[in-house]
Design a protein around this ligand. Structure first.
Ligand SMILES: [Cu+2]
Length: 447
């Protein structure tokens, strides 16, 4: 797998390449020293990497290869996906406003494809809509796109041929255009990721492109929590998080611990007078948003606020067991199905305990619905969830996971009673008794 990917890189003529994605990303996304040389601070693609380029007579030449390969969403769950240069999303491309760029796209799929440069200001014939702007790129062919970058901001690339299938299988990437001459308000760390969704049905190894709404995996850069890298920063640093959405849903991206500023979109970084404070920003399908904040020490959640989007695979058609008395039934079923567990009568948090203790096994190649452990217990999360880890003592450019936050003494919520009758909280009055026709007893509720 890795060898063949390396050979492909060599064939692509992408220059001196590190043997692993991590090393490639580390080389491309380095510390402040490179800022002056490049004229910009490189972005850090969560769980991803930046594509190296060759400078050919003043033109920055990038080479993307559309192909199928095996991808890991998190340990325990892999799939055959389509992407670019061995990764989904494809590598991030970074350029500077005013650059002349040449983008080679080789098609190693078994059907045709094209590349659409989403939101770019370019000649019509470079826009990549198969059949409209250009001929399709047939299997085995390489097409060349060439234009001058006329804007700056957070952008994306994706096919515009058999789009439903090719995007559902993972073909997409980010394209960052840095403004010429730098930025008036500089950022110290610049993260980027793409939102996506996958219908990898439990027990299968190939995403199903026919699904429109009931997805199983909700991803940041094609990873699910807890496999998504944390966003690391030093206290007081200005952090930008560039979020693009090429999924089938709009995602309200919520950040704990700060009111961030929404500072830009596909239209580039906005004038400062247009920045607005938010704690949740809806990133619509086909949109990008830039979120900026000054880092505050702690461990903070960053996630989509659609509660089902912070879960890993789950049955969409299981009956609702909340409030049902399953005593007696459980024993009868267990006599027929040894190991059977009735769950969900009191809520679903116990799901993570059962899967972690190993006596609840799902289908093969399928992650538990809830995952992740923190210093105080189970996180009961999955999908579009990760952490922002801010510490006082990090070196600039150090992206290593610093472990769990050490809270100052007296600053953690604590237990003060174990008696349900504790205190005298004010409560809303109970409803008057229902008429017999309305009674919950007739609707399958608990009695
Ligand atoms: Cu969402």
């Amino acid at each position: 797998m890795r060898l063949s990917r390396r050979n492909l890189f060599a064939a692509a003529g992408a220059g001196a390449l590190a043997p692993s994605l991590a090393a490639a990303a580390a080389a491309a996304t380095s510390t402040g020293q490179t800022t002056s040389a490049r004229g910009y601070r490189p972005v850090r693609t969560l769980n991803g990497w930046t594509l190296p380029y060759k400078l050919v007579n003043g033109v920055k030449e990038f080479h993307l290869v559309a192909e199928e390969f095996e991808h890991e969403f998190a340990p325990g769950c892999r799939a055959k996906v389509w992407g670019y240069n061995g990764s989904t999303p494809g590598p991030t491309i970074e350029v500077v406003e005013g650059d002349r760029v040449r983008l080679l796209v080789t098609n190693r799929l078994k059907e045709h494809t094209t590349m659409h440069w989403h939101g770019f200001i370019l000649p019509s014939g470079m826009d990549g809509v198969g059949g409209l702007s250009q001929e399709h790129i047939q299997p085995g062919e390489t097409f060349q796109y060439e234009f001058t970058i006329r804007q700056s901001g957070t952008h994306m690339y994706h096919p515009h041929a058999d789009e439903m299938v090719q995007m559902a299988l993972g073909m997409m990437g980010m394209f960052i255009m840095h403004p010429r001459g730098g930025e008036a308000v500089r950022v110290d760390r610049d993260y980027c990721f793409l939102l996506h969704n996958w219908a990898l049905h439990p027990g299968t190894w190939r995403p199903d492109p026919m699904i429109m709404q009931d997805f199983d995996l909700w991803t940041f850069n094609s990873k699910v929590f807890p496999a998504i890298e944390p966003l690391v920063a030093r206290s007081g640093e200005r952090v930008r998080v560039r979020v693009g959405n090429l999924s089938m849903w709009n995602h309200p991206v919520h950040m704990h611990g700060v009111e961030y500023h929404v500072t830009g979109s596909d239209g580039g970084r906005w004038p400062q007078s247009q920045w607005r404070r938010e704690v949740t920003e809806l990133v619509g399908v086909g949109q990008t948003r830039d979120l900026e904040f000054v880092a505050v020490p702690g461990d903070w959640a960053l996630h989509c606020h659609m509660a089902h989007h912070t879960m890993n695979p789950m049955g969409h058609h299981i009956p609702n067991n909340i409030g049902t008395d399953q005593s007696g039934v459980t024993e009868e079923i267990r006599a027929l199905m040894p190991g059977f567990h009735s769950m969900g009568a009191n809520g679903m948090a116990e799901h993570q305990d059962h899967t972690q203790m190993g006596h609840l096994k799902g289908p093969p190649n399928t992650l538990p619905m809830m995952m992740g452990q923190g210093p105080f217990g189970n996180l009961e999360m999955g999908g579009m969830f990760t952490l922002i880890k801010v510490r006082d003592d990090l070196a600039p450019g150090d992206y290593r996971d610093p472990g769990w936050y050490r809270n100052p003494a007296g600053s953690v919520a604590k237990r003060i009673s174990t008696d349900p009758e504790f205190g005298a909280p004010v409560r809303a009055p109970a409803l008057a008794p229902a008429t017999p026709a309305e009674s919950m007893d007739h609707h399958g509720g608990q009695s």
